[in-house]
Structures are given as structure tokens and as C-alpha cells.
Design a binder for this molecule. Structure first.
Ligand code: FEO
Ligand code: CA
Ligand code: CA
Ligand code: CA
Length: 565
């Protein structure tokens, strides 16, 4: 596989062969080391908090780097490098005593799980031996499932988001299941709430509340939060799930700032948020809803913005659209308005999925990250896979027939769709599209399942998920798929990170993760000489070589000191 990989390389690195063990590999001439592992101290008082048994004491659980690293962004705060990173979820089998069987057994255990998820804000610096966390930096901050937030936009204060604890409906707590990331043009962080539905449960009667079916909210919570915190108990707080599933803005420069949930951007299982500007200066945010048979969205602000101008209202006053992809490779953004849906604007935003169904949006193969090309008006979305394509749609949603950018029945490999807005204007209401790549197995599969022409025995992969453009217009693709290396996945090896050339279609493997892990989250140092890459849910004893495996962010650099992104 190594030679086959090298043969297809028009890149500045020699592609690496498929990985199969519990190591992380990068190309020759590159090196890596962990920057931060889950449980590492952000403040000195938490030194040694992660014990040899792999457990962090409850009292220290909001003073360490969170578990299961995901989307991340670097910011220049007065010359300091601040890294903001999502922690998507917790592995209770690792974090809790074995006897708990993966469910919290006390209020303390709920607090621990709440604290090791959410978002970490931390300063990092290179004092000569590579980047490290700046412990005790005044910029360090943990944002957890309990952090006080506010909400703005049309749905703020509406009856649908009012609870017993917050009858005004404007003061939600916590951001949950933070998956992909985004950044505003004005230097703040956007965190995206994905599988928030799993945190709620009912200790008594299950209320018959609108939207529960379509959003997958059921009586059994995944961690038993509802048993110890009434906020998560649907029996008494049926509207609390409506306060999650939003895009939340965090100011990395002000640790005392209150994060804001932007209801104007709609409620669904947000993967990430890709912000650009329309030709007239309006703010545009592209967003995917990661669920089999759900949609791709676009938000367009009413106001315009230029560097140095105020940002008020840009993410609270605008129009949400949903994508329709036609079979002839054209497409349209359909506005979600009271006129187009027959729903009130607050309902449109809280139940964006149902609004999308009303206007005939296209059901997609699980939209993961969306990335915009910095060199031209071009947008990519990873459609990770869909075992139900052609079989069924999302529960309570629309049918998901084969067609358009979702051309394969029972799609276990995934594809990347891209589109070009009309007149190179992200504010245009129409676009044309194609498939940049259909992942597949040219060695072990037949027909369309072999993949598109740019998939070879030397670069094959499945389930594209994370995607970020580097400043030179290269598309970095991270995978979260089947790493069994068997059957229809034979030859793909472990999850990986590849680089795609948008011009030539060429794709080359840059990094392989330890078995068990997905690769998710990518950003760069301010000088672009170091890439930060997230390794989530690794197997074995990675990266320490002994003890429990630990999700971690690694730094990757070129040994000759050249820029890499
Ligand atoms: Fe959390 Fe869709 O990945
Ligand atoms: Ca993802
Ligand atoms: Ca995924
Ligand atoms: Ca994940």
C-alpha cells in the first residue's frame, strides 16, 4: 500500500500507508507529540488529578482538559495563542467506577460527567520545546453542561424555551455534545450542539411534547442525568431539550463573558458552522444536521458587516434556509419563513427539521462538517454514510430515496458534495453542485461502491467527517468510520486524515490514527507551522503506552520548520 500511495502523490509529502495498530503515523519528515490529553491540568491545583487508575476526582473535574476532543479553533488574543476545543461526550465505562455500568450512580458522578464535557478555552505557548498548555493562564476557562448562558434571536423568551427554573426562557444553562466548531469573522468561537437528545430522560410519565419523535428524545437518558438533576427530567421539565441543539458563541478573549445561544441559526443536531460573507457584506453560515435523512442549512443575516464595525444582530436577525439539491446538479436555498412553512417563526427555529420538511428540502446522508474554500466561492460538505439510504428516513422525518448527491443505497462509505453559489455570491439563492469524491473500495467492492476515480488502493477511506481548508486552499479530510480493515473495509485501515486538492481531485493520506479512534478537529498555530489534530476515543493504551487510552490533541510539524497549513 505504501508504494501505491506514493505513486499518486502530487503533494508536498509522501503519503502514509493505511494504519492498523495502536500508533499514530505522519509522513516522513514530519513529527508529532501530544499537546494535551483528557484529564491534563489547566490549573496547577489540578496537577496529578488524572490518577494512575484513569479517574479524575469530582472536585478537580472542571479544572482539567475535557474528554473526547472534537472541533477546535486557535485565536490570537493580544499576541497570545488561545485554543478553544470541544469535548463532545464522556465514556462512562472509562470515567466512572466499573460497578456503575456506564450510568451515573450519584449526583457527584453526574457532576463529573457534566464537567468533563463541554468546551475548554486554554492558552498554549511554545517556549522552545514545542507547544504546551499555559497552566494558570487568566484566559483558561472550562465551559460545562452547567455554565450559565443567554439566548438571543426570535425564539428567546418564547413559551417553547421556558422552564420551571427559567420562566423567562432567556437563561439556559450549559452547552452539550459539542461536536464540530466554527469561528466568526470577528474572532469569537462557535460551538455546535449535536446529539443533545441523549442527555434527557423521564423519571415518571413521559410527556407528549411536540418534536420529541423527530429529534429522538426518549424516556431513557444515556447517562442517567435525569435521576439526579431535575433539569434533565422530561417528566417535570419537558421544554428543557428545546434549549439545546443550538449554535453557541463564546468569546475566547474574555473568560468572564456569558456564552450566547443563537436561536436564529435554528435547532437541530449541529455538526459545525462555516461562516463566510455574501457579496454585499451580509453574514452567511453554512450548517449540517448530522442525522440520516436530515438536511443542510444556510443562515443569512439581514445586516451587513465590515472589519471594525459592530456585530450586534448579525447572528440574531436573519433568515434560515434549507438546501434542495436537484438531480440535474442545480440546487436552491429555500427560505424557512411563516409564509413558506405556515409555522410561527419561533416554531420554525425550534423545530427547524419540521420546517425543512414543509418546503421540500433534500434528505442527506448524514451531513457532517462543512468547509469553505478560502480561495473561491466553493463549499464542501462531508456526507459521512447512511446505512438506511433507500430503506428509510429519520424517524418522524421524510423518506430518503436514492438520488442527487446521495446516489447509493445502503451507503456505508460516504461522499463529499460541493457546491458553487451562483455568481460566486454566498448570498445567492441558487447553486450548482457535484460530488468531489465518492468514498469506496476499488479492491473489494463492485460498481458504484468502488468509489469515484480519485479513490485508489493507496488512499481509500470511509466515512469522511471532519473537514477544514488550509490557507493554501487544500481540503483536509478526517474520517470517523469502520476501522475493522475487513470485508468491504479491507485495505482502509484505521481512521485517518487525508489532504484533497480541489483543482485536480487528487487525495493523499497524511496521518493515521490509533485503532479505535476517529480523527476530528483541526486547526493551526498562528504562524501555521504546527497543526493541531484531535484524536477521539482511541483504543489500546494510546498515547501513554500504558493504562487507559486517553483522547488527546496532538501537535504535528515539519522537521524542517516549514509551514504546513
Ligand atoms: Fe459528532 Fe456528527 O459527529
Ligand atoms: Ca463529527
Ligand atoms: Ca461521524
Ligand atoms: Ca465522535
Amino acid at each position: 500500500a505504501g508504494r501505491a500511495a506514493a505513486q499518486t502523490s502530487g503533494f508536498a509529502f509522501t503519503p502514509v500507508p493505511a494504519g492498523t495498530g495502536f500508533d499514530l503515523t505522519v509522513p516522513e519528515g514530519y513529527d508529532w507529540k501530544p499537546l494535551v490529553r483528557w484529564g491534563d491540568a489547566l490549573w496547577s491545583e489540578a496537577d496529578g488529578a488524572y490518577g494512575s487508575d484513569g479517574v479524575v476526582p469530582v472536585a478537580m473535574s472542571d479544572k482539567v482538559f475535557g474528554e473526547n476532543t472534537d472541533g477546535m479553533e486557535t485565536f490570537d488574543v493580544d499576541g497570545r495563542t488561545v485554543l478553544v476545543i470541544n469535548s463532545e461526550y464522556a465514556n462512562p465505562q472509562i470515567n466512572l467506577p466499573e460497578a456503575s455500568e456506564g450510568m451515573a450512580a450519584s449526583a457527584d458522578e453526574v457532576t463529573l460527567l457534566k464537567n468533563i464535557q463541554g468546551v475548554t478555552v486554554m492558552e498554549i505557548a511554545d517556549s522552545g520545546t514545542g507547544f504546551e498548555v499555559v497552566k494558570d493562564s487568566p484566559l483558561n476557562r472550562r465551559i460545562t453542561h452547567d455554565t450559565q448562558m443567554t439566548m438571543d434571536g426570535p425564539a428567546a423568551g418564547h413559551a417553547l424555551v421556558q422552564t420551571n427554573a427559567d420562566p423567562e426562557g432567556r437563561s439556559p444553562k450549559g452547552t452539550m455534545n459539542n461536536c464540530g466548531s466554527g469561528r466568526t469573522l470577528w474572532g469569537t468561537y462557535l460551538t455546535c450542539e449535536e446529539n443533545f437528545n441523549g442527555y434527557f430522560g423521564a423519571t415518571g410519565e413521559m410527556p407528549a411534547t411536540e418534536g420529541y419523535d423527530r429529534y429522538g428524545i426518549g424516556a431513557e437518558g444515556r447517562y442517567a442525568y435525569e435521576t439526579f438533576d431535575p433539569r434533565f427530567d422530561l417528566t417535570t421539565e419537558p421544554n428543557e431539550p428545546n434549549r439545546h441543539g443550538w449554535i453557541t458563541e463564546i468569546d475566547p478573549a474574555d473568560p468572564a463573558s456569558t456564552p450566547v445561544k443563537h436561536s436564529a441559526l435554528g435547532r437541530f443536531k449541529h455538526e459545525n458552522a462555516a461562516m463566510v460573507q455574501a457579496a454585499d457584506g451580509r453574514i452567511v453560515v453554512y450548517m449540517g444536521d448530522d442525522e440520516r435523512g436530515e438536511f443542510i442549512y444556510r443562515y443569512v443575516s439581514n445586516g451587513t458587516w465590515a472589519e471594525g464595525q459592530p456585530t450586534d444582530g448579525l447572528l440574531s436577525d436573519g433568515t434560515l434556509y434549507v438546501a434542495k439539491f436537484n438531480d440535474d446538479q442545480t440546487g436552491a436555498w429555500l427560505p424557512l419563513t411563516p409564509e413558506s412553512t405556515g409555522m410561527a417563526i419561533e416554531e420554525i427555529l425550534v423545530f427547524a427539521r419540521m420546517a425543512g420538511s414543509k418546503v421540500g428540502a433534500t434528505t442527506m446522508d448524514r451531513p457532517e462538517w462543512i468547509a469553505t474554500n478560502p480561495l473561491r466561492a466553493e463549499v464542501y460538505c462531508a456526507l459521512t454514510n447512511n446505512k438506511n439510504r433507500g430503506v428509510s428516513g429519520n424517524a418522524g422525518g421524510d423518506a430518503a430515496p436514492v438520488g442527487g448527491p446521495n446516489p447509493r443505497e445502503v451507503n456505508n462509505y460516504g461522499q463529499i458534495v460541493r457546491w458553487w453559489p451562483t455568481d460566486e455570491d454566498h448570498g445567492a439563492d441558487s447553486f450548482s453542485w457535484d460530488l468531489y469524491v465518492m468514498a469506496g473500495n476499488p479492491s473489494a467492492a463492485e460498481g458504484m461502491y468502488r468509489g469515484s476515480a480519485n479513490v485508489t488502493p493507496g488512499n481509500m477511506f470511509n466515512s469522511p467527517d471532519g473537514m477544514v481548508f488550509s490557507s493554501d486552499g487544500m481540503l483536509w479530510i478526517q474520517t470517523d468510520g469502520d476501522d475493522s480493515n475487513e470485508g468491504e473495509f479491507e485495505g482502509m485501515g484505521n481512521n485517518q486524515m487525508l489532504v484533497g486538492n480541489p483543482e485536480t481531485g487528487e487525495i493523499a493520506r497524511f496521518l493515521t490514527a490509533p485503532n479505535g479512534a476517529e480523527v476530528t478537529g483541526l486547526t493551526w498555530s498562528l504562524d501555521r507551522k504546527v497543526a493541531f489534530v484531535g484524536i477521539q476515543h482511541p483504543g489500546g493504551s494510546w498515547p501513554d503506552g500504558e493504562g487507559k487510552p486517553r483522547s488527546a490533541v496532538v501537535a504535528v510539524w515539519r522537521e524542517d520548520g516549514a509551514t504546513i497549513g
